[in-house]
Design a protein around this ligand. Structure first.
Ligand code: BTN
Length: 334
């Protein structure tokens, strides 16, 4: 199935332009040569370099001689990603947007349209990023990773919560590889540094009672935000705020997709056991944590008591009753 041209996707020639400039980093490339190679007018090259600058790409214009990129840009363009995603199912169908409402919305649509396993939707900015339990996801331009992958695992819907844990573990490993930070995982899949959230995952699926048609895994990571909006600052952070330096989103995204591929294959080959074991090793929320659970119908306090075989969280209420949390919000209780 050919890669679709969707309304709003980044023109593939912009991708070519960036690759051309990046491959010739530090060299001045003439506007005429660029225009010929990517098949557009010189005025379009000028317009697109302006667009790239808005995303923080440092492109110098030299009057009469041409364009020069000052350093390898941190834009999540398909070409740049593809080169680094060999041997994964994610390299073939990458849809990039400068701006979109929500990468999950588009991935859901693609899933229903029959898009194959492994499609990836990436945006530099979301205008209506969605979070769990009806919340929104703050998606500042070019600061974070806003990604959704479409998967078609041959599993039953009861195993779907494991997919959520798979994604959380993959994000945790990717961040650890790149920054050395060992993030905590708050069930089911929030990543925390010093108790503040910097990564959230929204898994959605289309299924029959006995069969999953597709799962979409939407991942948002606050990478280079220099500050969080006031209403979030108490509970949310970014890798940059924590470390005091910026991080390559491109490298982090590549690691994330590679880790996701590896945990996903492990789950399909060996089942849930290694995923549950790993989650229990790295999450302070898996067992013995005082938590407040808020569901659509009630709020209660208890202590976490491990995971069910299908990945759901067990919580022992203070009166001794055991609950299995299927959805809702988990917060640390004092
Ligand atoms: C949460 O913690 O509440 C989940 C947040 C998930 C945010 C990501 S950003 C990319 C993808 N597109 C969306 O609209 N949401 C997810």
């Amino acid at each position: 199935m050919a890669l679709r041209t969707l309304p709003g996707t980044t023109d593939r020639r912009v991708d070519k332009l960036l690759t051309l400039l990046a491959d010739n980093a530090m060299i001045v490339v003439s506007g005429g040569k660029i225009a010929r190679e990517i098949g557009v007018a010189r005025s379009t090259v000028w317009r697109w370099t302006q667009r790239l600058r808005e995303l923080g790409v440092k492109v110098k214009s030299h009057p009469r001689t041409g364009y020069q990129i000052e350093r390898v840009p941190d834009v999540l363009m398909p070409n740049m990603l593809r080169q680094r995603l060999a041997n994964t199912p994610f390299r073939k169908r990458i849809y990039h947007f400068f701006k979109i409402d929500s990468t999950n919305n588009l991935a859901l649509h693609l899933g229903h349209e029959g898009e194959p396993h492994g499609a990836v939707v990436i945006a530099e900015e979301q205008t209506a990023g969605r979070g769990r339990v009806g919340r929104s996801w703050h998606s500042e331009k070019s600061s974070g990773i806003y990604l959704t992958v479409l998967l078609r695992p041959k599993i039953s819907p009861v195993q779907a919560p494991i997919m959520t844990l798979v994604a959380g573990l993959a994000a945790r490993d990717a961040v650890a590889e790149q920054t050395g930070y060992q993030a905590d995982l708050r069930w089911p899949n929030d990543l925390l540094l010093d108790g503040k959230k910097f990564c959230g995952i929204l898994t959605e699926m289309h299924a029959e009672p006995d069969h999953v048609h597709f799962v979409i895994v939407g991942i948002g990571i606050n990478v280079n935000h220099t500050r969080m909006p006031e209403e979030l600052a108490r509970i949310a952070t970014s890798l940059r705020i924590e470390s005091g330096r910026s991080h390559s989103r491109l490298e982090l995204l590549v690691r994330l997709l590679r880790c996701l591929d590896s945990y996903y294959n492990r789950f399909l080959a060996e089942g849930a056991a290694p995923i549950l074991t790993r989650f229990a090793e790295v999450s302070s929320y898996a067992r013995g944590k005082r938590v407040r659970i808020s569901t659509a119908t009630e709020t209660y306090v208890g202590t976490t008591a491990g995971l069910e075989p299908n990945g759901l969280l067990r919580v022992e209420r203070d009166d001794g009753r055991m609950e299995v949390v299927t959805s809702g919000d988990v917060a640390e209780a004092s």
